[in-house]
Design a protein around this ligand. Structure first.
Ligand code: ATP
Ligand code: MG
Length: 563
């Protein structure tokens, strides 16, 4: 896939400018980036920004992007997440080739580096407990205090660190710390922990280790092992950069990557941290990580988003240094624009009302030709069966309509899409409830194709399906998962209080045209006048179709917000 074309007209962002300059100066002819997810959950739309940036730069600058799982916390990480993350990145259209790595591949090397630090007098085993450690650390305005264990000899440290590794100590009793500067104004430099004891089984190394390296220590050294040239991360790591540099400069590493920070994606009407998404899954607020309301990559896929629409979105929002919020409408427009071009148009009735065309021959069935995309003849045509009994949308009929209602009402004439004009003559009501259960109409055989030879006009065109041919199906109308712009805004209120109670409505009596029978799971269509829908990849069966609404034809939230 050629991602380089997608954003060709945009000026280069600040990171691409740096990469360009490094290529020009000969500093790095082949930029090497990496995407480093922690396998503790599924990827979300924020990760897509990082994926498109890292893999995008590799593609545009003839470089390479490594896929690296940052798996240093055995208590939270699982192989299931590794597989899901790989699938998502590939689905987005990116390929790491043979460059698949795990931080756990470097456990041995990282251990050796720690021994090197001890030998240089730059790391020590500390026995302060967590509470004491916090007190000694100081604050932003007060310097920290040196640990009483800081002056241990190299020999003693080597012995204790080996004993930590050999499982001789309890969790929390000993840590290895870098010896840097307890009075540094940057708290990250106040003798950060680099190893802790964790008696947990790791998804790849099993029980081989009971000490695990910390993120700040692991990340930069893993980058250096892989000859990463530009290590791109989000802004909250800016204060960690001096530590990143300290490790790669202090130790004899194969390369000296440069860390560059960019603003993370913030999107309204959602939460974005894996920890919060995990809560939604575990507390059954959603059906799973791939629930179509979740802004996970797998949720968006099941919702009907295409890889191209997500890549376009990431190109559209750009990469900068300042925190900002992106409106959900931008994401919704990206899929709407994509499907507007690619989705075949079909007819489907979500809330059916039966219409009997009383002057149409009882056993007659006509094959009516319909365009798959009115603006794109290359997408061809299909046939729609037409017969005496059809379904129309309940909202397209009113018994006593106001003047401006240009759809069907008693005595009113409308056009059936691709077929005939019909005029409503009477209605049949349920005797007990009074609900309209059938509408009786006559049709004008001269109006086939939608025009009357006598030149008379009708204002409304409505969609329909032939009752005896239509396929019954379930349609799920998804809406935003949260009802407010920023569910995280108030720290006193749990974000789950803001879940949108109407985020899912399941319609069980829908009727769609018969050509949809063999639609592949995951494929998207436009139900004319209704929106874009995709065949659910999990629950849809050939004889029991299930559609998910991907997005409506227009932005309905903009209107709501104005009110
Ligand atoms: P979360 O809090 O959702 O778990 P994370 O940053 O802890 O996010 P990682 O698996 O460590 O998740 O992230 C992998 C990469 O994706 C990192 O380089 C991280 O900076 C990037 N990333 C995560 N969230 C965003 C976001 N909202 N916007 C841009 N990049 C992101
Ligand atoms: Mg994380």
């Amino acid at each position: 896939m050629d991602t380089s074309k997608e954003n060709i007209d945009k000026p280069l962002d600040f990171i691409r400018q740096i990469v360009t300059e490094d290529q020009k100066s000969g500093k790095h002819t082949t930029p090497i980036t990496r995407f480093p997810p922690e396998p503790n959950g599924f990827l979300h739309i924020g990760h897509a920004k990082s994926i498109c940036l890292n893999f995008g730069i590799a593609a545009e600058f003839d470089g390479r992007c490594n896929m690296r799982f940052d798996d240093t916390n055995p208590t939270k990480e699982e192989a299931e997440y590794v597989e899901a993350i790989k699938e998502d990145v590939q689905w987005l259209g990116f390929d790491w080739g043979e460059h698949l790595y795990f931080s756990s591949d470097y456990f041995e090397t990282l251990y050796d580096y720690a021994v090197e630090l001890i030998n240089k007098g730059l790391a020590y085993v500390c026995c302060l407990n967590a509470e004491e450690m916090r007190k000694y650390r100081g604050t932003l305005t007060e310097p920290g205090k040196e640990s009483p264990y800081r002056s241990r000899s190299v020999e003693e440290n080597l012995e204790l660190f080996a004993a930590m590794k050999d499982g001789k100590f309890e969790e929390g009793s000993h840590v290895l710390r870098a010896k840097i500067d307890m009075s540094s104004p940057n708290l990250n430099m106040r003798d950060p922990i680099i190893y802790r004891i964790m008696k947990a089984t790791h998804h790849r190394t099993g029980d081989a280790w009971c000490i695990y390296p910390m993120y700040d220590y692991t990340h930069c050294l893993s980058d250096a092992q892989e000859d990463i040239t530009h290590s791109l991360c989000t802004l909250e790591f800016e204060d960690h950069r001096p530590l990143y540099e300290w490790f790669i400069q202090t130790l004899e590493t194969p390369s000296q990557p440069r860390q560059i920070e960019f603003a993370r994606l913030n999107l309204n009407y959602t939460v974005m941290s894996k920890r919060k998404l995990m809560q939604l899954v575990q507390e059954n607020h959603v059906e799973g990580w791939d629930d179509p309301r979740m802004l996970t990559i797998s949720g968006l896929r099941r919702r009907g988003y295409t890889p191209a629409s997500i890549r376009d979105f990431c190109g559209e929002i750009g990469v900068g240094k300042r925190e900002s919020w992106i409106d959900m409408t931008v994401l919704e427009n990206s899929i709407r624009n994509d499907l507007n071009v690619s989705a075949p148009r079909v007819l489907g009735v979500l809330d059916p009302l039966k219409v009997v065309i009383t002057n149409y021959p009882e056993d007659q069935v006509e094959d009516i030709e319909a365009k798959n995309h009115p603006q794109n003849p290359d997408m061809g045509t299909r046939t729609l069966p037409f017969s005496r009994e059809i379904y129309i949308e309940r909202f397209d009929f009113m018994e006593n309509p106001p003047k401006k209602f240009f759809r069907l009402g008693i005595g009113r004439e409308v056009r059936l899409r691709y077929a005939y004009f019909i005029t409503c003559q009477s209605v049949v009501k349920d005797e007990t409830t009074g609900e309209i259960i059938e509408v009786h109409c006559t049709y004008d055989p001269e109006t086939y194709g939608g025009n009357a030879p006598d030149g008379r006009k009708v204002k409304g065109t409505i969609h329909w399906v032939s009752a005896q041919h239509a396929l019954p199906c379930n349609i799920r109308l998804y809406d935003r998962l949260f009802a407010v712009e920023n569910p995280d805004a108030d720290k006193e209120v749990d974000f789950k209080e803001h879940l949108n109670p109407d985020s899912l409505t399941t319609l069980k009596t829908c009727m769609v045209e018969p050509s949809l029978k063999d639609l592949e799971p995951g494929s998207c269509v436009q139900f004319e006048r209704q929106g874009y829908f995709c065949v659910d990849s999990k629950d849809s069966k050939a004889d029991a179709l299930v559609f998910n609404r991907t997005v409506g034809l227009r932005d309905s939230w903009a209107k709501k917000k104005k009110k």
